[in-house]
Write a protein that binds this ligand. Structure first.
Ligand code: NIG
Ligand code: FE
Length: 412
């Protein structure tokens, strides 16, 4: 791998050493930056960075094969999308039209649409088709600056189809230049044939699917959609205890439509993240305080299916760490554009651009277990960087929404 020098950077964002594993409260207000900066990359890792005035003495000592003149543009660490369902067989724009005509996301699911609709499409799709179709989206999110992505299964809902999805994710891991983490989400919805016997499906997940997932090392994490009409807190608990037994950690969907006590249980069982959190009671915030479980907020999902936004300001005020992710999926969020997510975080959740960037980099890295590798521009971390267009400020990214402000990605 070549050594790369990026010079004449107008401002280098999120750079420094000895960051905490994640930021919370007031710590999220600032993004460290160096004006008129350089970055030196060696073998894909950050070797050095600093002010241009300190650069020359070091340049001739180092073997530089490629120089990129940033020409007054900005450099940031890549965006990290810690919650997606990017592998699917078909978009579901017909349900979008149903919602325009008055049905709710939950109404559509009750009619057999939603996740079950995606599962039906996926069952008849080949691994090769799924890989190629999903790679289109991987290449798309890369253009918008995403350098690491978590991908869930959950449109299989049978041992064969779940394993098929996880194999596709594994292949994406091998073939793409993004850092990929795989999450097994067998408990995404109740298949029709188990409608009157959900316990039996939970047992199938625990006894049949989870052992294969663990044995073949097909997932880094396990997820459960804990929600009314989906999986109860008790059922989630059962799955998470089994998850712990096979040595995996969990990241769970909770509190999207109702507060059932899933957050408390997930914190107790040491989930790495609890995701959605649009509907929250005081006890839910309380459970998250002083835990190592990070919240994942998904504003593009709220935007698209017209549900309340998670109360990001309250998380800040209560010193509860959170990250932002896209939730890219064909039902509730058909985009993986993290610049749009940033814009919604600012306009709808009233976060500052700095708070939003912290949530999409350092905190998002933590929520994927990548805090030692990505999330900041620090010596020894992976050099997956974004070079912006000629834009006037960091705030311009969420301000001028609906456009791509990335000129190039470097290192991925
Ligand atoms: O996170 N809420 C559950 N799962 C996804 C949506 C999946 C779908 O509609 O296909 C979500 O919003
Ligand atoms: Fe999701």
């Amino acid at each position: 791998m070549s050594n790369i020098l990026i010079k004449n950077i107008q401002a280098l964002f999120q750079c420094g050493e000895n960051f905490p594993a994640f930021l919370k409260g007031k710590e999220m207000d600032n993004v460290p930056q160096i004006q008129n900066a350089f970055v030196l990359i060696e073998n894909g890792l950050i070797k050095d960075y600093g002010s241009m005035k300190d650069a020359p003495s070091m340049f001739h000592e180092t073997n530089i094969f490629e120089t990129i003149d940033a020409n007054g543009k900005f450099v940031l660490p890549c965006f990290i999308d810690s919650h997606t369902h990017i592998v699917f067989a078909k978009y579901r724009e017909e349900e979008f039209v149903d919602r325009i005509n008055g049905l709710s996301y939950e109404d559509i699911a009750k009619k057999g649409g939603g996740i079950l609709n995606s599962a039906q499409k996926l069952a008849s799709s080949s691994e090769e088709f799924l890989f190629n179709f999903s790679m289109e989206r991987i290449n798309l999110i890369k253009k918008y600056g995403t350098g690491a992505v978590e991908i869930k299964s959950g449109y299989g809902l049978s041992p064969d189809a779940e394993i098929k999805m996880l194999r596709v994710i594994k292949k994406i891991k091998e073939k793409s230049t993004l850092d990929v983490k795989a999450t097994f989400l067998g408990a995404h919805a109740i298949p029709l044939e188990y409608k009157n016997n959900t316990e039996k499906y939970v047992d199938l997940i625990i006894e049949k699917m989870l052992p294969i997932v663990a044995e073949e090392q097909l997932a880094d994490f396990v997820d459960v959609f804990c929600e009314r009409n989906y999986f109860s807190v008790k059922q989630m608990e059962k799955i998470l205890i089994a998850t712990d037994k096979v040595g995996l950690r969990s990241k769970v969907h909770v509190n999207q439509f109702s507060s059932l006590g899933g957050i408390q249980k997930a914190v107790e069982l040491k989930s790495l993240s609890v995701d959605h959190l649009e509907v929250m009671e005081n006890e839910d915030y309380q459970a998250l305080k002083r835990s190592n479980t990070i919240a994942t907020l998904l504003p593009a999902c709220s935007y698209f299916i017209n549900i309340p936004y998670a109360n990001a300001k309250k998380f800040l005020k209560k010193d509860i760490p959170f990250c932002l992710a896209s939730d890219f999926n064909p039902g509730s969020t058909p985009t993986g554009n993290m610049q749009f997510v940033m814009s919604l975080a600012c306009t709808q959740m009233k976060l500052t651009p700095e708070q939003a960037l912290n949530a999409m980099t350092i905190n998002a890295a933590y929520s994927m277990g990548l805090q030692n590798e990505l999330g900041t521009i620090s010596k020894g971390k992976k050099a997956k960087l974004i070079l912006t267009n000629s834009i006037p400020s960091l705030a311009y990214i969420p301000y001028a929404f609906g456009q791509n402000h990335i000129e190039n990605t470097i290192g991925f």
